[in-house]
Design a protein around this ligand. Structure first.
Ligand SMILES: [Zn+2]
Length: 137
């Protein structure tokens, strides 16, 4: 995705993909996430990020890290082009997610074997009680 710059008096409720809206008066910029997830990103300009514009082509520094959306994207926008940063590329974020799922699965397996152990202990206890009653008959 490539971005264009648009200075606005009011940031629109619906953002077009590929547009960085900049409200100079309120020191805010807004854009849709470059990964295509549709997440709305708000930047504080110039407090958090700086936007330099050549023609209508924006560059944003420092990098944009999407921490509040499932994509966890991390990228630069340089001369309107998205430069993905490897640490948080969508495929790596996905790999992290898969790792998390795998951990959930093994945690599940562990709790299942714990339950199994408990069930066997109960059965053994019941067996002992039954033997006691049988023996006292
Ligand atoms: Zn995204």
């Amino acid at each position: 995705m490539t971005y264009v710059y648009e200075a606005v008096k009011r940031i629109p409720t619906t953002l077009s993909p590929g547009v960085i809206y900049h409200n100079v008066e309120f020191e805010l910029a807004a854009l849709r996430c470059a990964c295509g997830c549709g997440h709305r990103i708000t930047l504080l300009v110039p407090d958090g990020h700086r936007i330099s514009v050549q023609g209508a082509v924006p560059s944003v520094t420092p990098s944009i890290l999407v921490g509040d959306a499932p994509c966890h994207s991390h990228y630069f926008i340089s001369s309107g082009e998205v430069e993905w940063l490897r640490a948080f590329s969508p495929s790596q974020a996905e790999a992290v997610m898969r790792g998390q799922v795998a951990r959930h699965v093994s945690a599940d397996r562990a709790s299942r074997s714990l339950w199994e152990r408990w069930r066997r202990a109960v059965l053994r206890a019941i067996g002992r009680v039954m033997r006691f009653f049988n023996g006292s008959r």
